[in-house]
Design a protein around this ligand. Structure first.
Ligand code: PLP
Length: 427
């Protein structure tokens, strides 16, 4: 099946009720037939559901659908994108380890890496920028992963994933890529060498600003068993779960199996069946929503670029964007509907536009059917120091737009009146 079809049918076969929509299995547990059945399920010897902190039939369909769309071998849903980010790295690190991250990250991811993981003895080494050489310079024998966003939020950088993956694999290190901004319809990280993909489903997949969710997908590509010095825990018996040996017993699904048996089982950051159902509804229309998001964002970007009060526009669809070539290589002729701009008059003028919009919603989300506006330096990235902001590709005057599905003329009229009102405020 092609992507558009997978997004609607992937991972679901109706049971005896012949329900066409994926049913919401709103239950905490599933009854065992007998003790042997219980043992076989608990030891992962036979597939099945037993307790919904660990798996659930509705959530399972969403996991299979994202696995198929990304081209992975297995996936695990969690309650939010942040849970996906944190669990994706916690699955590989212990106190004393490190991993290397690009600096262009979503704000809460940056804060978690910079200020929370170090308190657990995990060092997150930020590369000076997103180039393979800069990342390689920070890798050593205790490095367990490289973390990046395929398209950075809100910096809008496009990682040269194939080059980063080749470098990291040469040093025996897997690559985790957050594909939230691009979605699997615009970019397939596994095809370019990523080993693990994470998503905030909260954004484009859900698509309507109603539901938090996250997903971790295993590409099944990384040869854990070839690196016993670095990934012994994938080879040795797992003390936290029935002594299983992930690499030999689950081969290419070793990473995602450990994620579930150790990560999800113990953190309990599960996605609820109802929220999985809502994400399934969103996913069904993602393929037709994205082109409208994109067309609207091209119209808005062109309007802003031509506006005398606008100082700069950062949009991946513009040939003068520093990441234009990489965007062409990795996204083809498509672009995400996230863009940033600055207004003449700097930070104060940017905040004035933010304050003066009427149709755009002032909030922290993106990827909604509704158009959204954010001032990253005072919201999502508020906790960053001026130096960290610069490293993350955020300027104090930057305003970020997530372009929705409204009529583009209404969006332009709103921005036009907000720019005029902001100018009047400044007089
Ligand atoms: C790129 C990226 N990753 C992860 C997250 C975290 O997702 P959530 O808000 O679902 O926890 C976000 C949130 O904006 C994001 O933009």
């Amino acid at each position: 099946m092609r992507d558009e079809t997978l997004a609607i049918h992937g991972g679901y076969e109706a049971d005896s009720t012949r329900a066409v929509a994926v049913p919401i299995y709103q239950t905490v547990a599933h009854e065992f037939i007998d003790a042997d059945h219980a043992g076989a399920i608990m030891d992962l010897e036979s597939p099945g559901f037993h307790y919904n902190r660990i798996n659930n039939p509705t959530v399972d369909v969403l996991e299979q659908r994202l696995t198929a769309l990304e081209g992975g071998v297995g996936a695990m849903a969690v309650g939010s994108g942040s849970a996906a980010v944190s669990m994706s790295v916690l699955n590989l690190v212990s106190a004393g380890d490190n991993f290397v991250s690009v600096p262009q990250l979503y704000g809460a991811t940056y804060t978690y890496f910079a200020h929370v993981l170090p308190t657990l003895g995990v060092e997150v080494r930020f590369a000076a920028d997103d180039r393979p050489d800069s990342i390689a310079a920070r890798i050593d024998g205790r490095t367990k992963a490289v973390f990046c966003e395929t398209v950075g939020n809100p910096a809008g950088n496009v990682i040269d994933l194939a080059a980063v993956a080749e470098m990291a694999h040469g040093l025996g290190v897997p690559v985790i890529a957050d594909n939230t901004v691009a979605t699997p319809f615009l970019l397939k990280p596994f095809a370019h060498g990523a080993d693990v993909v994470v998503h905030s489903l909260t954004k484009f997949v859900g698509g309507h600003g109603t539901t938090l969710g996250g997903m971790i997908i295993d590409g099944g590509t990384f040869p854990w068993a070839d690196h016993p010095e670095r990934f012994g825990f994938m080879i040795e018996p797992e003390p936290a779960f029935h002594g299983v040996r992930y690499a030999s017993e689950f081969s290419d699904a070793a990473y995602i199996t450990r994620c579930r048996t150790v990560g999800l089982r113990n953190t309990g950051a599960s996605l609820s069946p109802f929220n999985a159902f809502l994400h399934l509804q969103g996913l069904e229309t993602l393929a037709v929503r994205l082109p409208r998001h994109e067309a609207n964002s091209r119209t808005v970007a062109a309007f802003l670029a031509a506006h005398p009060q606008v100082a700069s526009v950062s949009f991946l669809g513009f040939p003068d964007n520093p990441y234009y070539e990489l965007a062409r290589r990795y996204l083809g002729d498509r672009v995400p509907s996230i863009l940033t701009f600055t207004v003449r008059g700097g930070r104060t003028a940017g905040i004035a536009v933010f304050n003066r919009v009427k149709l755009f919603k002032r909030l922290l989300n993106m990827g909604d059917a509704k158009s959204l506006i954010t001032h990253p330096a005072s919201t999502t990235h508020r906790q960053l120091t001026p130096d960290d902001l610069k490293l993350a590709g955020i300027t104090p005057d930057m305003v970020r737009l997530s372009i929705g599905l409204e009529h583009p003329d209404d969006l332009i009229e709103d921005l036009d009146q907000a720019l005029a009102a902001a100018a009047a405020d400044a007089d």
